[in-house]
Design a protein around this ligand. Structure first.
Ligand SMILES: O=P(O)(O)OC[C@H]1O[C@H](O)[C@H](O)[C@@H](O)[C@@H]1O
Length: 411
């Protein structure tokens, strides 16, 4: 799972770089159609965690947001909404695998006061959607909407998007008109392609002006107060993360949304957290996505270990297999002791039940191995569970209990 998720950050899998000669490349731009094989990937992640590289995630808001100016000040690109000074909120619209990962990560890893606070519309309940929009109130004007759907046609997500667009209209904010012309998008893409290939590390005002001239953009680029870098004002309100040519992709393209991040068919929606689906929202909340990727790489290594007792995923699977007689005869109940892991069980539920709840295995054998993780059980369940165990019934062995824990709330 992790490997696929990690590979995703390198964009188009069609061409490959070998391990050799990768130093300094590190970040890969999706348009260049490059993928790094695993040994190279590890090296890249190590470099990223030293902070000397920029994580690129295709066409490429993560790259944009991660970019620092030469003097180490604010973002090189100043991204702002058309009707407010700066973005204050993200409204993420998606469901299932396109919502649960980012939700879990926001709950577990976002700083106490993130630069952008995130809200989710992940169901088609009209009252729930209205509630999220109403709570934004006037801050809708400073809200960046990210619409995530691998298929691009999921009705719940489409409903959420339509409701959000309606709310923008009613607030006098035109969702689609408030996006930038493709000229400047081109400039941004070209800029980052150059930056990411190390061709241009000494980006100066002059260099950016060349782009400005080349694409005849009429925007005014203010200078950074501390160095010579120019700030590119990017005006936008809507971002789509979806498969190319999906309904959502076409909508975003026709309506001229600023950014469209591709999702690839070989990445399962439920395992897409380490792709643009999870990384974009995380980066915008100020979560260190380089550390996320480095941590994922560590787990990826651990879960490839052939020695079962050193392989956490294999151990968990084996325990569950053993405890449920190999046929999923018991449910797994996940009790996070950490408040920050509250949504872990909900994320895991989708991951496991959708992956394993199949009638046939990969070889076409009938397995009907229906393994279940009941809906999000929080640690308070531990309280009632113990009460039940010690006072009412003796036997609660119809479930497998898992207690995820981490010593500190990561920052
Ligand atoms: O990302 P989408 O295509 O909109 O699909 C959203 C979700 O739909 C269903 O729930 C599928 O079972 C999930 O795997 C998927 O993540």
């Amino acid at each position: 799972m992790l490997n696929k998720g990690l590979d995703m950050i390198h964009g188009n899998p069609r061409s490959r770089l070998s391990d050799q000669g990768n130093e300094g490349l590190g970040m890969i731009h999706g348009n260049s159609g490059v993928e790094i094989q695993r040994p190279g990937l590890k090296k890249v992640l190590a470099q990223q965690s030293r902070g000397d590289l920029v994580v690129m995630c295709d066409d490429n808001l993560v790259g944009v947001m991660m970019g620092r100016d030469m003097c180490g000040g604010g973002f090189l690109m100043e991204i702002k909404p058309p009707s407010a000074g700066r973005f204050t909120h993200i409204l993420s619209v998606g469901i299932g695998g396109s919502a649960l990962g980012p939700q879990f990560v926001a709950e577990a890893l976002a700083p106490d006061n993130p630069p952008l606070k995130i809200r989710f519309i992940d169901n088609t309940d009209p009252a729930g959607i209205d509630h999220q929009i109403a709570q934004l109130g006037a801050e809708l004007a400073s809200t960046l909407v990210i619409v995530v759907s691998k298929s691009g046609g999921t009705p719940e997500t489409r409903n959420g998007l339509l409701e959000v667009q309606k709310a923008f209209r009613e607030a006098g904010l035109d969702f689609s008109k408030q996006v930038l012309t493709s000229d400047l998008v081109l400039i941004v893409r070209k800029f980052w392609t150059s930056y990411s290939s190390n061709a241009v590390m000494d980006l100066t005002a002059k260099h950016l002006l060349e782009y400005k001239t080349e694409y005849n953009a009429s925007s005014f680029f203010p200078k950074c107060g501390k160095c010579d870098m120019l700030l590119l004002p990017i005006i936008m309100q809507g971002v789509a993360i979806t498969q190319e040519n999906s309904l959502l992709d076409n909508t975003a393209r026709i309506e001229g949304w600023l950014a469209r991040f591709p999702m690839f068919d070989w990445v399962g929606g439920r395992t897409s957290e380490m792709s643009a689906v999870g990384l974009l929202a995380a980066a915008l909340q100020g979560i260190d996505i380089k550390e996320m990727l480095a941590g994922a790489a560590l787990m990826d290594d651990a879960n490839r270990n052939n020695v079962v007792r050193n392989n956490p995923a294999a151990l968990l699977a084996l325990c569950w297999y053993w405890a449920s007689d190999g046929v999923g005869s018991k449910d797994m109940v996940v009790l996070p002791y950490k408040d920050s892991l509250l949504l872990f069980s909900r994320y895991l539920q989708q991951l496991v039940m959708e992956s394993l709840g199949k009638e046939f295995d990969l070889d076409g054998n009938r397995v009907k191995d229906i393994q279940t993780i009941p809906e999000c059980l929080v640690v308070v369940f531990q309280h009632s569970h113990l009460e039940q165990k010690f006072s009412v019934i003796e036997n609660v062995s119809d479930i497998v209990l898992v207690y995820p824990y981490c010593s500190n709330r990561p920052r």
